[in-house]
Ligand binder design. Sequence first.
Ligand code: PLP
Length: 421
Amino acid sequence: MTMSDEQRGSGVSSFLIAHHSGTLYNSAMLKLSNRMSRLGTETAFDVLVRARQLEAQGKNIIHLEIGEPDFDTPENIVDAGVHALKHGAHHYGPSAGLPEARKAIAEETARTRGIPVDPAEVVITPGAKPIIFFTILALVDPEDEVLYPNPGFPIYESMIEYVGGKAVPVPLKEENNWSLDVDELERKLNPKVKLLILNSPHNPTGGVIPEFDLRRIAELAVKHDFMVLSDEIYRRVLYLSHYHSISTYPGMKERTIILDGFSKIFAMTGWRLGYGIMRSDLAQQVSKLQTNATSCTATFTQLAGVEALQGDQSKPEEMVRTFRERRDFIVNGLNDIPGFRCKTPDGAFYVFPNVKKIGIPSKKLADLILEEGGVACLSGTAFGANGEGYLRFSYANSKEKIGEALNRVRKTLMDHRLIPV
Ligand code: PLP
C-alpha cells in the first residue's frame, strides 16, 4: 500500500516536486510550522557563502564580515582538548556541564565580576548562542515583551519572535556612543516587559554601556521587576581599564543571566563552548532545555575550557593588544575615506562607520563593496532597521589585509563616482 497524499500531509492530490537547496524531491510540498516564518537568521553566514562563491569563481576576497578571531586557539588549550580525548572523554556528561568545568567557570565569574557564584548557577552550552535561545524559551510567553538593542545581534530578535514574544527594539545611537538612552528605555517599560537584553561590549558597534547607565538600568529592573540577559561574550575584548557587569548592582544577581563563553577571547569559535550564569532555579530549567535539545556539551571541549580559564593567559592578552592596534588602524583608514565617519569603539573587534553621506542604502553599498571591490562586510541593516546608514567591518584580519581592503573600498566608491576621484 502506498500512502495517500492526505497521509503524507501534503494536502493536495497532484504529484508535487518540491525544490529545496538545489535538490529535487519527488514528494509532497514541505509544510513548515507557522513559527518558522518568524525565525530570522544571521546574515554574516549568508555573506560568507556568497564570498566563498566569488572565491570559487577566482575572485580575491578580503574577509571582514565574520565575527571570529583570525587567530588559532592557543596551544595549551588544544593540548588539553587532545589530552582529554586521549584519556577517555568520549561520553555523555551531565546536561548542565561537567562539575569541574562548572566550578572553574563559577570561580572565574566570581573573580571577574566580584559577585558570589555557585557552580549550581552555571550551565555550559555548545557555544554561547544556546543561552539566548534557552533563556528566552524558559522565560518568555506569547505576548510578553522583550526589549533588545537595535542595531544588535540578530539572533535576539529572531528568538523573541520565534517563541511568540513581542520584540521591542531599544535604539542605540551613534551620538550616544552606541549606548542606549536610559530615559528612552524607561519610556518603553510596562508590566508586560519580562526581559531586557543588553550586550556590552556590543556587536556590531563595539559600544560599551557606561557604568552610570548600567546602574540606572539596574534600578529600573528592580523597580519594574524584569530580568536582564547580559550578553558579555566580548567582556575581555575591551580597550578600557574596567569591565562593569549589571549583575553586580543591588538586587541584580537574581535578575541577571550572564552570557559568556570561549569563542571570542580564546579563539574557540569552532569548539562550540559557552555558558550562562543564572539563579540556580532557572539553571535547572535551562539544563532541562539542554537535555531536550543537545543532551550535553561535548566533554573534551569542556575540559579544554578549564585549561583556557586556568592556564596561561598571555595569548588572549596578546590578541587583545593586536586588536587594539588594528582598531586604531581601521578607524583612521575609514575616516580618511570621504563620506565615511567612524567612531573609535571601546570593545569587541568591529567598527560601525556611518556611510549616510555616500547616499545609497547600506545593503546596496555592502553588496557593491563585495561584488566589485572584493571586500566582504555587512550592511548595518543585518543588525536591525536602525543599522541603516552604517556598515560593519570586523577587524579580525591582518593589518596588511585591512589596509588592502580600505584601498579597495575607496577605489570601488571612486569607480562608481560615489566619492570624488
Ligand atoms: N552574542 C554575541 C553578541 C555574539 O556576537 C555572538 C557570536 O557572534 C554570540 C553571542 C554567540 O557566541 P558563540 O559563537 O559562542 O555561540
